[in-house]
Design a protein around this ligand. Structure first.
Ligand code: GAR
Length: 186
């Protein structure tokens, strides 16, 4: 299955997909919404084409969304993976592609950009990660899979996020492998 992966940061989820040697997954392009991400660097280390498409370089958010869609379409992916991509995708993009997102909380609890911090602040004892189809809302699309992670005494957002990401990487590779094997979603 040909994957376009969108990143905004360190790209450890991307790395898990790149390292999933036995899985029928091929990352054909990696895109970021900002310069200098480790995620783009990881792709370059694997010889995978990359691009950066920044909102401030476009007149309107719709222009950015359409430009992002064109950059991705040039690589003809079967599926787009939002793996730590910290931008909401717009209508032009979502009309063109099926998109899966990974989120560091048990949706529908704690959507948005601060899922780990918000869960910790609420005092939950169990949180985790969610893989879901992307729709027009923020982290609202149909859930594909989830993994639970206990909050430990003394956790801060960084320690909790690290343990969530350990689960998240396995979940993402499992979900993508299943989607590659059963294409009824297309
Ligand atoms: C992941 O935990 C992902 O769920 C989160 O950013 C991290 C990216 O890590 N995404 C969001 O919070 C989106 N709302 P990575 O760059 O190391 O893969």
């Amino acid at each position: 299955m040909r994957l376009a992966v969108l990143v905004s940061g360190s790209g450890t989820n991307l790395q898990a997909v790149l390292d999933a040697g036995d899985a029928p997954l091929e990352v054909v392009v990696v895109g970021a919404d900002r310069d200098g991400t480790r995620g783009v660097e990881r792709a370059q280390e694997h010889g995978i084409p990359t691009f950066v498409c920044r909102v401030p370089d476009h007149d309107t958010r719709a222009d950015w969304d359409a430009a992002l869609a064109r950059l991705v379409a040039a690589h003809d992916p079967d599926l787009v993976v939002s793996a730590g991509f910290m931008k909401v995708l717009g209508p032009a993009f979502l009309e063109a592609f099926r998109v899966v997102n990974t989120h560091p909380a048990l949706l529908p609890s704690f959507p948005g950009a601060h899922g780990v911090r918000d869960a910790l602040a609420h005092g939950v004892k169990v949180t985790g990660c969610t893989c879901h189809w992307v729709d027009a809302g923020v982290d609202t699309g149909p859930i594909i899979d989830q993994r639970a992670v206990r909050v430990e005494d003394g956790d801060d957002a960084a320690s909790l996020h690290e343990r969530i990401k350990e689960q998240e990487r396995g979940m993402l590779v499992d979900v993508l492998t299943r989607l590659a094997q059963d294409r009824s979603w297309r």
